[in-house]
Structure formats: structure tokens, C-alpha cells
Ligand binder design. Structure first.
Ligand SMILES: Cc1cc2nc3c(=O)[nH]c(=O)nc-3n(C[C@H](O)[C@H](O)[C@H](O)COP(=O)(O)OP(=O)(O)OC[C@H]3O[C@@H](n4cnc5c(N)ncnc54)[C@H](O)[C@@H]3O)c2cc1C
Length: 402
């Protein structure tokens, strides 16, 4: 095959590796260019939703995820003072999906699993410390200019998929807009081995409060025995060292779950949080997927999942073009399908999740709690609600777009 039968992938996060495995399975060679020197293992995505498990099941990967992850059959919506408001039973989705649960598995482990599976395929390249700085296109392909430890190099391919995250260089080379907004506060993620399960919490919990809301969930952690992550809002103006001070982080966790003695806080991380969608996911041979195309707050655990769905959708279309000779017009369909649901579901739902968890109007908060209580008390309402938040409805909507 010539270099122009190759697909370039910028970025070795979960979306880049998912695109790579899907290309390799079709026999389409790829070169994955990752700017970092390793797969990043900072505490970000940890939740996999049912449609994502279904997609990976089709390529024989879900069982590997299940061996390493924790199953969440139910999750809690709580109020910091009132306690449990609603317990969501995901098993109500049993007729909608073979995976009526969430799976907790850290995103870097997803990358490790996919990278290991890629060793079975030849003709591909995974190049670390290769940062894409510019992408240009012509009638037959794309040229990526790449910064490497040995100086600047260029790589040619027929297409490039920008899976290079929120600051995507591929998106910048496409010249598309990335409109939306950045929240006034950052999100602080604390990790502790303390077992909140013994205190009655579910594996996933959303704890509402007008000031000190938090989201808390359990992931396997490095020893696979369990690590609890707690996400709080943090002042965007404060210095990270102040936010990370031992007394301050202890006070925050003790504040919603007081206990004797300090918490064993293993990690402290701060993230800026944005809500943005690219104005187009395609410019000729340049394509974007994942955080390069859309970013959102992590409440609901949707961002990575959405990006993985992008990768499956896009590589299916690239395969139809490169192997079956279909028209490149279907790449515009990729843009229509995935951008529409990013706007209609991903952005809408995550903005709403944040608004609800930090609701300052007491009457509005009580009204919302009553709605949640009504939903969990009625199996039919619960199913409708969970089909949306478990991302099933979004996939159906995307697939309905021609
Ligand atoms: C606290 C937190 C919790 C979250 N929880 C969840 C969750 O539970 N579920 C969920 O679905 N999502 C969650 N998310 C969102 C999720 O982390 C992202 O959506 C996900 O990382 C996107 O994957 P990606 O592969 O598109 O981008 P990234 O993971 O950002 O990977 C991009 C890669 O590209 C590389 N790169 C960047 N620029 C270049 C360049 N110019 N050239 C080459 N390489 C480059 C980077 O080094 C990186 O490795 C969470 C996010 C945060 C911050």
C-alpha cells in the first residue's frame, strides 16, 4: 500500500486508540502521532455507558474491559443535607441493551488495553513524542508537520483524524470555530482509598448543594481494589497550592462525610471546564473526533463515551470509502450525525447536570428532587429517563440522521 492508503491519527488518548484499533481491524494502515512520551494517567474518565460497551463488544473488547472494571447497577442522587433523594436502577434498561449498567474503568486502562490489542496487527506505527504542529491538504492527501526529538518531520496520509484533545491542532488547521463557554470555576478531583461503600454510598453518587456539591465514584485504582474519586468545584482565582493544602482538602471531604481521623488523599488534580462544540467536524481530508470536536463538564460521565462513539462512526465511514469505494460525501454525514447529538444531547445534558447539582433556588431544587423521586417510582418513566442519560437515545438519534 502507498502512504496515501494510510490514515494519520493525531493524539493517543482513548479516542485515538479506538480509531486506531478500528482501522487496524479493517486492514487500513495508520500512523498514530502522540505528542506526549506516554499514555496520560491523570484521573479523568472512569465511566463507560451501555452503548459504548455494545460497540466494543462488536469488536471483541468488552470482555477485557469487564475483567478490569467495576459494574454499577445503580447510582445515587443525593442532597448534602437531606441524604438520599433517588436511587437509579439501571437494570430497567435490560430490554434496551445487553449491558444494563455502567462500567467503571479508568480511561488510561482503556488505552493500555487497546494498545496491547494493536500489537496483533502489522504495518502500523504508534509514535510517541510526535507532536503535530500543522496539517495541510492537497488533492490526494494530507501532510502533517510533526515536532519530534530528532527535529521536525512530515508524514503523509490520505486522511487525518484529529483526536488530539480540547486544544486540537488538527481543529485549528481546519479553521473551524470552537464556540461555547468556560465555567467560572475549576473542578478539583481528590482520590482516596477510604471505602464510602461501607457508609451506604453507591459506586456512583451525585451530591447536590448550592455551594459545596460533589460527585463521587469508585474506580478500580492501581491496585484494582478500589479508589474513590470526589469532584468538587474550586475557585478559579485561587492558587493550586492553596486548593491542594492538606487542611483544605480534608475539610472538603470531612464536610460531607465526617469521620474520625484524616482521609488518605492520594491524588489532587485541577481541571478547567468548558462547554464547546466545533462548528464542523470535517474540512476535506481533515477530520476531528472526541474532545477535539466537543468538550463538556464531566457530570454524567459522557465526554469520553461520546468521543468513542465518534471514532466508531467515523472509521466505519472511512472503511466504506477506502475499501468499498463509497463517496467521500459520507464524511459530511459523519459531521451531521455526531455534531447534532453533541449539541442536542451532550451539551444540553451536561449543562443541565451542573445546573441541577448546584441549584441555588431552594424551591427549584425541591421541585427537581420531586421529579427525580417521581421518575424512580415509575419503571416506565425511569426507563425513558435512563435511555437518555445512559446515551442510548443519542445513538439512535445520530443513526437516524441521513
Ligand atoms: C475530571 C474529569 C472526569 C471525567 N470523567 C469522565 C467520565 O467519567 N466519562 C466520560 O465519558 N468522560 C469523562 N471525562 C472526559 C474525558 O476525560 C475526555 O472526554 C477524554 O479524555 C477525551 O478523550 P480524547 O482521546 O478525545 O482526548 P484526550 O484524552 O485529551 O487525548 C488527547 C491526546 O492527544 C495528545 N495531543 C494533544 N495535542 C497533540 C498534538 N498537537 N499532536 C499529537 N498529540 C497531541 C495528548 O497528549 C493526548 O494524549 C472527564 C474529564 C475530566 C476532566
Amino acid at each position: 500500500m502507498s502512504e496515501l492508503d494510510r490514515v494519520l491519527i493525531a493524539g493517543g488518548g482513548p479516542v485515538g486508540f479506538t480509531a486506531a484499533l478500528n482501522l487496524a481491524r479493517r486492514g487500513i494502515p495508520f500512523t498514530l502521532l502522540e505528542g506526549g512520551d506516554r499514555i496520560f494517567d491523570d484521573p479523568r474518565a472512569g465511566t463507560i455507558h451501555p452503548p459504548t460497551l455494545e460497540m466494543f463488544e462488536d469488536i471483541g473488547v468488552t470482555k477485557l474491559f469487564m475483567e478490569r472494571g467495576f459494574i454499577v447497577n445503580n447510582y445515587h442522587y443525593r442532597d448534602r443535607r437531606q441524604g438520599l433523594i433517588a436511587d437509579f436502577d439501571l437494570n430497567v434498561l435490560k430490554d434496551d441493551t445487553p449491558f444494563p449498567f455502567r462500567l467503571m474503568l479508568e480511561q488510561h486502562k482503556i488505552c493500555y488495553i487497546l494498545r496491547d490489542l494493536l500489537k496483533e496487527y502489522s504495518g502500523n506505527e504508534i509514535l510517541m513524542q510526535h507532536r503535530v504542529t500543522k496539517v495541510e491538504q492537497d488533492g490526494s492527501g494530507v501532510t502533517a508537520t510533526v515536532e519530534t526529538p530528532d527535529g521536525e518531520k512530515t508524514f503523509r496520509g490520505r486522511y487525518i483524524i484529529g483526536c488530539d484533545g480540547g486544544r486540537s491542532q488538527v481543529r485549528k488547521s481546519m479553521g473551524v470555530k470552537f464556540d461555547g463557554f468556560t465555567y467560572g470555576e475549576r473542578f478539583l478531583v481528590l482520590s482516596t482509598r477510604y471505602d464510602f461503600g461501607k457508609a451506604g454510598y453507591a459506586i456512583t453518587n451525585y451530591i447536590a448543594d448550592p455551594v459545596e456539591w460533589c460527585a463521587m465514584f469508585k474506580v478500580p485504582g492501581n491496585d484494582e481494589k478500589g479508589m474513590w474519586r470526589v469532584v468538587f468545584p474550586a475557585d478559579a482565582q485561587a492558587a493550586p497550592e492553596t486548593i491542594f493544602e492538606e487542611a483544605s482538602v480534608q475539610a472538603r471531604i470531612q464536610g460531607f462525610h465526617p469521620k474520625d481521623g484524616p482521609y488518605d488523599v492520594v491524588h489532587r488534580n485541577l481541571y478547567d471546564v468548558h462547554q464547546r462544540v466545533a462548528s464542523c467536524y470535517r474540512n476535506g481530508r481533515l477530520l476531528i473526533a472526541g474532545d477535539a470536536a466537543h468538550i463538556n463538564n464531566p457530570l454524567g460521565g459522557m465526554g469520553m463515551n461520546f468521543g468513542l462513539h465518534d471514532a466508531f462512526n467515523l472509521v466505519d465511514k472511512l472503511g466504506r470509502i477506502m475499501l468499498d469505494g463509497e463517496s467521500e460525501d459520507i464524511l459530511d454525514q459523519y459531521d451531521r450525525q455526531r455534531r447534532t447529538v453533541a449539541e442536542e444531547y451532550l451539551q444540553r445534558q451536561t449543562i443541565e447536570n451542573k445546573k441541577n447539582i448546584e441549584q441555588k433556588d431552594a424551591a427549584a431544587q425541591e421541585k427537581f428532587y420531586d421529579e427525580l423521586r417521581g421518575i424512580v417510582a415509575d419503571r416506565s418513566k425511569l426507563r425513558t429517563y435512563l435511555r437518555r442519560v445512559a446515551m442510548i437515545e443519542g445513538i439512535e438519534r445520530a443513526n437516524s440522521i441521513t
